[in-house]
Ligand binder design. Structure first.
Ligand SMILES: [Zn+2]
Length: 125
């Protein structure tokens, strides 16, 4: 047994941010309502569109330079660029979405982030 993972390590591996003992996912991207290992309550914690946003920009940053360089050096037709890079973009996006979602979920859980409510504003929060 390697011991309790770090918070970032647990997030990257999709593990519970409280104990690191069980997955936070119930499907590919669905989240469990509670940790099966430590019973930490995950209800009301959601990462929203954050993971998709960060993955989209990271993939764009990673893919744009090689696409431009291939275009400048080899000048392939547009369909060839699409055939080569579409699977790379799709693979990177799908592959990165789960770890990003888990890390952002762990950060939201740790900092008790949630949707702002009208009651919070009136209470001075
Ligand atoms: Zn747990």
């Amino acid at each position: 047994m390697a011991g309790k993972p770090t918070r970032l390590g647990a997030g990257l591996r999709g593990l519970c941010p409280a104990c690191g003992g069980a997955s936070v996912f119930s499907g590919f991207l669905g989240l469990r309502p509670a940790c099966p290992a430590c019973k930490a309550d995950f209800r009301g914690i959601e990462s929203g569109d954050g993971p998709a946003f960060f993955v989209m920009f990271l993939v764009a940053i990673l893919i744009t330079p090689p696409v431009v360089l291939v275009q400048l050096w080899l000048d392939p037709p547009a369909w060839a660029q699409l055939v080569v890079w579409a699977p790379v973009v799709l693979g990177l996006s799908v592959g990165l979405l789960r770890p990003f979602k888990s890390v952002l979920f762990g950060l939201n859980w740790r900092h008790k982030a949630g949707e702002a409510r009208w009651d919070d504003r009136e209470a001075g929060g």
